[in-house]
Write a protein that binds this ligand. Sequence first.
Ligand code: SF4
Length: 460
Amino acid sequence: MAKLSQINTVKQVNENQCQSCMPLGGVVAFKGIENTMVLVHGSQGCSTYMRLMNVEHYNEPVDIASSALNEKQTIHGGEANLKKALDNVSRVYAPKVIGVLTTCLAETMGEDMDRILRDYRKERVTSGIDIIQVPTPSYGGSHTEGFWAATKAIIAYYARPTEEHKQINIIIPHISPADIREIKRIFDLFGLTYTLLPDYSMTLDRPYGGRYQKIPPGGTQTQDIARMSGARATIQFGLTCPDNLSPGLLLNQEYGVPLYNLPLPIGLQNMDRLVETLEKLSGRSLPDVIRQERGWLLDGMADSHKFNADGRPIVYGEPELVYAFSSICVENGAAPVVIASGTRNSLLMGLLGTLLADVDEHPVVLEETDFAAIDDAGVLTGANIAIGHSGGKFLTERRGIPLVRVGFPIHDRTGGQRVLSAGYTGTLAFLDRFTNALLETKYESYRELRKEEMGIKEGV
Ligand code: SF4
């Protein structure tokens, strides 16, 4: 295992954070459940921020309700506001599920959420509406932890002992709707039936047409979630998911569902691992169409490897994506020089140690970091390309480092919801974007570099 130059950059002041806040991740997870509305218990600004981030990334209307706490409730408690908000959400949206996420404020006030919601259920007629509460103070984690915590809470709420059946559970981290659709296509090609959780591939990426609906159709059905406890196996794309937040581990420990905890199928070797697992579970060999896609990826890797050797990438973002994109970089000869995440994740550190065991130059690894530290590390290591969400646009603006946008949020470009990186096809699409970004910089600057090398001065 490689020794990483691991740097913990916890500071008093965060300059351009690398992560989003914890309830935001919970919002995305709840948007993947059929007929669900989300209510954020806190001040108005929190839900406005989360709505804005989601709307700009997914380019869809994303409703998030708020209990709108102000200074009075901060002192006297927000119970009345929360109950009123639940009444309003029930009346206006008529959901089947309400996901209630707390904010930093509600948690700091010490709101007794269990007691408030217990009383609410007794006082009001809420028959037919499931209220699922998840504690998500942002000082307790980033949107990554919020996503896992909400997904686990949803399973814990619905899963019941049930008869064994042949379906597979698929549990995903926060990836794009395009990636969700690609993962489903791959499972379909192997002839496997499954329940994918949380499935926001339609709710957060609607095809054009039809009438506006307050809660868009789509999402994992609650009766399917209830049956996840009887599945043949769970495939969870969550190598970096901590045990205490792991939905797949819950199903394994409480219901005995075998857990295959795999890396995201982004990158040749990561996708090969998924294929091996699907061959085993389905009893089928690789479908021809996927074999061809693998061949095209290998061809693309051969085409681009001579350019990628010049790449000195910074990879940053959510741990699961950071591991997947670092894997692509390593297998394509462009080992990352900086690897960074806004969250602290010891599992990611262990994985990177193994992944980078044979690289010549060990990267700077930053945990709980911000873009000021990433920028400094980029300069120090001579980085010339970056992979991550729109937060890293400063690297382009300040240093001229091109940014290949992946992850969440992508708010300064269109199509964040359509960025495809999963499967052999998605990996190739990413690789082309990465290689072309390197070539663009090369062709923009090679005349100047050549002049410098030959000692030619400007105007001569
Ligand atoms: S106060 Fe906390 S919950 Fe609200 S937006 Fe800020 S980090 Fe998120």
